[in-house]
Design a protein around this ligand. Structure first.
Ligand code: SF4
Length: 242
C-alpha cells in the first residue's frame, strides 16, 4: 500500500529524491547491477546478518558453506548443534539456526527444491508477499532478496537509509523502515532503486554517520532538512523523534 503523500508535498519530495539520486551518483559514481545473487543464499545470509556486523555474519555464512557446501538439504536435516557450531560468529545462533531450518523446510515444501528463480518473473508485491510468508522473513529481508537477486522493484531500508531519509526530510522523523521504503518506492522509478540503495549506504558510512554527520563536506546540504533547519535538530533527534 503506497503511503499517502499530500499532493503539495509529492512534487517537492519527488524533486528532492531526484536531486539526491543524481547528486549521490555524481559523488560516488553509479553502481551497476551486475547479476543476481542466489535467492536462498541471500535469505540465509540476511537471517545471519540480524543484529551483527557484516564481518561476523559473513564469517558465519562462509563457515556454514564450508561445513555443508551448497547442499541445503544437508543443512535442513543436520542436527541444530552442527548448524549452531557453523554460524556461531553471527551471534543469536540459538534463534538463527532454527530460523534457517524453518525457512529451508518451507521452501523445500513449497518448491520441491531450493530454486526461487520463479520470483524474478513475479510482480514485486507478489514476490514480497511470498517471501514475507517465510518464517522469520520480514519486509527488509524480502526487499533485499528482490533487489539484490532480481534487480526488482523493492527498496530495502537499513539503518543508514532510515537515518538519512529522516534527516533529509524525505520521511518524518518518526518514520519506520517500512514506511520509508514505501515513500522512496512512490517517488522514484524502480531502475533507480539498486544504485540509490548502494549509494545511500555509502553515504551513511562515509559522511552522514549516526553520531557525527559530516555536514560540512556533504554534497546533499541543499536538500537536507537537518542541515537547513539545524536549530530544530539535535544529534540523535531522528531516534528520539523519529
Ligand atoms: S547535510 Fe548532514 S545530515 Fe544532511 S545528509 Fe549531509 S551529512 Fe547527513
Amino acid at each position: 500500500m503506497p503511503p499517502t503523500i499530500h499532493p503539495d508535498d509529492l512534487e517537492r519530495l519527488r524533486a528532492t529524491a531526484q536531486a539526491v539520486f543524481a547528486t549521490l551518483n555524481d559523488h560516488f559514481g553509479t553502481p551497476e547491477f551486475t547479476g543476481g545473487d542466489d535467492p536462498v543464499d541471500e535469505l540465509i545470509a540476511t537471517i545471519l546478518s540480524a543484529n551483527t556486523n557484516d564481518t561476523n555474519s559473513g564469517r558465519a555464512f562462509d563457515q556454514l558453506k564450508a561445513a555443508f557446501g551448497d547442499d541445503w538439504d544437508a543443512v535442513r536435516e543436520a542436527p541444530l548443534a552442527a548448524i549452531i557450531d557453523a554460524i556461531r560468529p553471527a551471534g543469536m545462533y540459538n534463534q538463527k539456526a532454527p530460523a534457517i531450518v524453518a525457512t529451508l523446510e518451507r521452501i523445500k515444501a513449497d518448491r520441491g527444491s531450493y530454486d526461487l528463480s520463479h520470483l524474478a518473473a513475479m510482480p514485486a508485491d507478489e514476490a514480497l508477499a511470498y517471501l514475507t510468508s517465510l518464517p522469520g522473513v520480514g519486509h527488509k529481508t524480502a526487499s533485499i532478496v528482490i533487489l539484490f537477486c532480481f534487480n526488482g522493484a523493492a527498496f530495502p531500508v537499513d539503518t543508514h537509509i532510515q537515518r538519512i531519509s529522516q534527516r533529509l526530510g524525505i520521511s518524518g522523523r518518526r518514520a519506520s523502515p517500512e514506511k520509508i521504503k514505501q515513500i522512496w518506492e512512490s517517488l522514484l522509478p524502480p531502475e533507480t532503486f539498486y544504485p540509490l540503495h548502494i549509494n545511500l549506504i555509502r553515504h551513511g558510512r562515509q559522511i552522514c554517520q549516526a553520531l557525527t554527520p559530516q555536514c560540512e563536506r556533504c554534497p546533499l546540504q541543499a536538500d537536507c532538512d537537518y542541515f537547513n533547519q539545524a536549530g530544530e535538530w539535535s544529534t540523535g533527534d531522528e531516534r528520539k523523534n523519529g
